[in-house]
Structures are given as structure tokens and as C-alpha cells.
Write a protein that binds this ligand. Structure first.
Ligand code: GEK
Length: 246
């Protein structure tokens, strides 16, 4: 990403009351650093999305990147596929993210047909598409809103289309989950976050990021109509699934 990216220090000083996490200007400024140091496998997933697109996308098909933040998914696809291979719409609720993503695409992939719109993925009218990506976004919707979004996305996918869903997950087995969460905190420590940052971020994300189990994700995809879904990636309590329209 060409714009300056700052190191994430949002929770590095003690806060009396830790406010709920939001995707504001402060987060945008350090987002690439934050997501790389906080989401195990983030870079590997992005790299593989280009490979999946190259394999599954009909030439010229449309792609949605929902909750696109700074546009990393679009950049990954543009890095692997020529401009005539696809068109892409990135959608994000945060005006600060949308503004930065637009500037990044204009600079880094001007030949590709990529637009970024400010909007809520729950209320969009989706056009027929060959691939839809939710890269760590569904987890931020209220649990009761998730089924309806996945149903809309199933309806929007063309025959042969795929949905890629990356999420922080929870393990139904309490002991297994505790181990994953502890090692995840070790992962963050190893990436330079202090105990205070880890604990304050955890508080800020409470009730904002509510993870599902992998079983719940697969069941939701089946319920929405997808005949087949599989987990293709997992690193600690972070996973990515692919669901096939047919
Ligand atoms: C990446 N996919 O770099 N409608 C639209 N956007 C939303 C909504 C909503 N209802 N709720 C949250 N968002 C990206 C990373 S970040 C993940 C995705 C993270 C947006 C929110 O504004 C934020 O930009 C994004 O979803 C989640 O591959 O920060 O852990």
C-alpha cells in the first residue's frame, strides 16, 4: 500500500474506560500494520484469494469485496489477474476506509475496473456475481443479521460462483478454545503487542466482534442454499471457508 501506514499503538496507553472498537480515522491510519500483526494468516489468505479467483472466476465476471477496508482483496486480485478478467465492487461502512481505498486503487491498479462504495452490506442490492469475498467482515455484524446477508449473497451468485468467508472463530470445546485463545495472545505478543494492548483490545471488541463456530458457519451456508462448503484454511482461531453455488 503506497500511503504511509503507521504502527498500531491504539491500546498502548492505559485507558480508564475502553471504548468499543470502531473503524475511525485513527484505525485507518494504522490498519495495514494492525491487521497484519493481529490476524494470523492474513497475508496467506490474501495471496490465495488471487489463486482461487484465477481458478473459479469466469472471464469478465463481477466480484464483490464486502467490508473491503483499504482494498487489500481487490489489490490481491488485481495483482494476479489482468484488467479484463473481472470487475470488482468494494463496499465498506467506514467513510475513512472508503476514501483511502479509492485513492489506493487509483494509484496502484488504475487499469482495473474497481469501484469502492460506502454502504452497509446488509442493505445492498447485489448484482449477479462470480465471486463474493467476506474477509473478516461477517463477524462484525450482529449475529441475528448474519443469516439474511448470506442468503442474499447466495441469491446474487451466478452458477459456478463461489463465496469466500474468512472469520475469527470460536471452538465449541471449552478446553480447545482456551488453548487457541491463549496461543493467539502469544501470537500477538510475538508480534510486539504488550499485555495491556492485548487486554484493552479484547475489551474494546467485546460485543462488537462475536465469533461463530466453524459448524455454525457451515450450517448457515447450507441453510442459505449452498450445497457444498469447506474450510480451506485455519491458523489458530482464524479460518477461511469456501462455499460453492453448485
Ligand atoms: C481486508 N476485508 O483487509 N457494511 C459494510 N462494511 C462493514 C460493515 C457493514 N455492515 N460492518 C463492518 N464493516 C478487509 C478487512 S475489517 C476486519 C476487513 C478487521 C467493515 C468495517 O468498516 C471494516 O472496514 C471491515 O468491515 C472489517 O481484507 O478489522 O478485523
Amino acid at each position: 500500500m503506497s500511503d504511509a501506514s503507521y504502527r498500531d499503538a491504539i491500546f498502548s496507553t492505559p485507558l480508564d474506560r475502553v471504548a468499543s472498537f470502531s473503524f475511525d480515522e485513527r484505525v485507518v491510519a494504522c490498519f495495514p500494520d494492525m491487521i497484519r500483526r493481529s490476524v494470523p494468516g492474513y497475508g496467506q489468505i490474501l495471496g490465495m484469494l488471487g489463486v482461487i479467483a484465477a481458478r473459479h472466476l469466469r472471464h469478465g465476471a463481477h466480484v464483490y469485496d464486502l467490508g473491503c477496508s483499504l482494498g487489500a482483496v481487490g489489490l490481491a486480485l488485481a495483482g494476479r489477474l489482468p484488467p479484463d478478467a473481472f470487475s470488482l465492487t468494494g463496499v465498506d461502512l467506514s467513510p475513512a476506509m472508503v476514501e483511502r481505498a479509492r485513492a489506493t486503487f487509483a494509484e496502484e491498479s488504475p487499469a482495473h475496473d474497481i469501484e469502492v462504495i460506502e454502504g452497509d452490506i446488509r442493505h445492498l442490492d447485489y448484482r449477479p456475481s462470480g465471486m463474493i469475498v467476506l474477509n473478516f467482515t461477517l463477524q462484525f455484524l450482529a449475529p441475528q443479521d448474519r443469516d439474511a446477508v448470506i442468503e442474499k449473497l447466495y441469491a446474487a451468485l451466478e452458477p459456478g460462483g463461489v463465496l469466500v468467508l474468512s472469520e475469527k472463530i470460536v471452538d465449541a470445546d471449552e478446553q480447545a478454545n482456551a488453548w487457541l485463545v491463549e496461543r493467539y495472545h502469544d501470537f500477538k505478543r510475538a508480534n510486539g503487542y504488550s499485555d495491556m494492548e492485548i487486554s484493552q483490545k479484547r475489551t474494546a471488541l467485546e460485543n462488537v466482534l462475536v465469533p461463530d463456530t466453524l459448524d455454525a458457519h457451515h450450517a448457515r451456508l447450507a441453510q442459505a442454499g449452498f450445497p457444498r462448503s469447506q474450510t480451506w484454511f485455519q491458523y489458530l482461531n482464524f479460518a477461511s471457508l469456501i462455499a460453492f453455488k453448485d
